[in-house]
Design a protein around this ligand. Structure first.
Ligand SMILES: Cc1cc2nc3c(=O)[nH]c(=O)nc-3n(C[C@H](O)[C@H](O)[C@H](O)COP(=O)(O)OP(=O)(O)OC[C@H]3O[C@@H](n4cnc5c(N)ncnc54)[C@H](O)[C@@H]3O)c2cc1C
Length: 415
């Protein structure tokens, strides 16, 4: 006999857990299904930044030329594994059509609006539940190692400033005075003061640990295997723990969402965009706060218990194999930017798949093609950043409250 439920959230990453928290707080009965353990997907080993200054969508002017050059090198910051997979080719076609100034500016306006209160909302969750995750609203630095990189960074900073995301340009001397660990070859930098960071898996696991107290039925090791549809409605969810009859389904399965949506007849232009991180024991001679080295597109986050280098973007399908040449590329870039960096005391080498839509924007909302389905996915580089606001929006949409902000730019039906 199938079990009746009100809201079923699929996915125990930052997004699913935040949605479950927001729905339960709004008085809903929630079941949360996770196929493995909480925070075992992309929300585990990322850089841990709550970062409105990353509001510019990835597709942008100049990226086509740059990525064609990068495609030839398997250790470049962006790598596309050669493949004739039709879904990848379709995704690339849409992605490249968004690589222009007009579309990037439109995307920025939508994402900046979504990111407006993310730092205070995330800090609010940390405070409300006393989450022990080293949450620090300490801002972050961008460092540029070339004049063209610095020019591009200044342009981006001005664009972000137009959307009330504060950023302050720094000369090489000013940046080196703040972060003496950087190479003397640095050309300039930007300080973004309104950013925060935390240890991501601790944030997600500890927030998930609060859910049973809010009445959420959390089921780990419970994989969704299929659906039974009745017209445009999900009548039944097939899971490893037996069938469920949901009132509403919230699909927050990260990089796996595209596959689950396809089984419902919904094609989302999403690709898994793999990234890597290396976590090491704490060491001297490293930055004092989060640092993004722009040209090599990697970030450093220093915490009490260790330091994490994270970066790269690889389109290689849905697989979590570690490509050693990409790990080594991050280490090489770290040595170039931080002369005292030493690749010793490795705690973890990790890879995770960012769910990335072809236009670089998240997918949040109901789909016209399925009447009791709400999507919460495709957050790309910003899944932690946007977890709290996504939870709020999903709760507004599910309960029929008027939404906190205009959800139209994030509609699953926009493609
Ligand atoms: C190197 C790197 C650095 C990053 N740094 C940052 C950063 O600093 N700040 C930031 O905001 N973002 C960052 N990101 C992006 C961020 O990690 C992701 O956007 C975010 O983790 C996505 O969260 P999610 O909950 O959608 O997906 P996930 O965390 O992947 O969660 C999805 C969950 O769904 C589960 N699932 C899948 N299929 C099923 C099924 N059939 N049944 C049940 N459960 C299922 C999975 O097991 C998984 O646990 C980074 C990413 C990478 C790779």
């Amino acid at each position: 006999m199938a079990e009746r439920c009100q809201d079923v959230v699929i996915g125990g990453g930052a997004i699913g857990v935040s949605c479950a928290e927001a729905l339960a707080t709004a008085g809903r009965d929630v079941v949360l299904l996770e196929q493995h353990a909480m925070a075992s997907g992309c929300s585990h080993g990322n850089a841990g930044w709550v970062t409105p200054c990353h509001s510019l969508p990835i597709p942008g002017p100049g990226l086509v030329r740059q990525s064609l050059r990068w495609m030839l090198r398997s250790d470049s910051p962006l790598y596309i594994k050669p493949s004739l997979r039709p879904s990848l080719l379709g995704w690339l076609w849409r992605f490249y059509r968004h690589c222009n100034e007009k579309r990037q500016r439109q995307g920025l306006a939508a994402v900046a609006a979504l990111n407006r209160d993310v730092v205070s909302m995330t800090g609010g969750l940390v405070e409300r539940y006393s989450l022990d995750c080293e949450y620090q609203p300490r801002g972050l630095h961008y460092a540029f190692l070339s004049e063209p990189g610095f020019q591009k960074g200044r342009r981006e900073c001005r664009l972000l400033n137009e959307h009330e995301i504060p950023g302050e340009e720094l000369s090489a001397e000013e940046l080196l005075a703040r972060e003496p660990a950087l190479t003397r070859d640095v050309v300039g930098g930007v300080f973004y003061p309104a950013e925060a960071d935390f240890v991501p898996d601790r944030f997600v696991e500890q927030l998930a640990a609060q859910l049973p107290g809010l009445g959420v039925d959390v089921r780990t090791g419970c994989r969704v295997t299929g659906w039974r549809l009745s017209g445009r409605k999900i009548e039944q969810i097939e899971t490893a723990g037996g069938p469920l009859v949901p009132e509403t389904v919230i699909l927050a399965a990260g990089a796996w969402t595209g596959r689950l949506a396809r089984q419902l007849g919904i094609r989302l232009p999403m690709e898994p965009a793999k990234g890597y991180s290396i976590t090491l024991d704490p060491q001297a001679g490293l930055p004092t706060r989060p640092l993004n080295v722009s040209e090599s597109k990697f970030g450093v986050t220093p915490w009490e218990g260790g330091v994490r280098l994270a970066g790269t973007l690889e389109l290689a399908g849905l697989q979590r194999e570690i490509n050693q040449s990409r790990v080594e590329a991050i280490v090489r870039s770290a040595r170039e930017a931080l002369p005292e960096f030493s690749a010793t005391g490795v705690q973890e080498v990790w890879t995770g798949m960012r769910p990335l839509a072809a236009d670089g924007l998240p997918i949040i909302g109901r789909s016209l093609r399925c009447s009791n389905l709400v999507m919460a996915t495709a957050h790309g580089m910003l899944g932690l950043t946007q977890a709290a606001i996504t939870g709020r929006l999903v709760s507004d949409i599910t309960t029929g409250r008027s939404p906190t902000l205009d959800p139209v730019p994030f509609s699953p039906d926009r493609f």
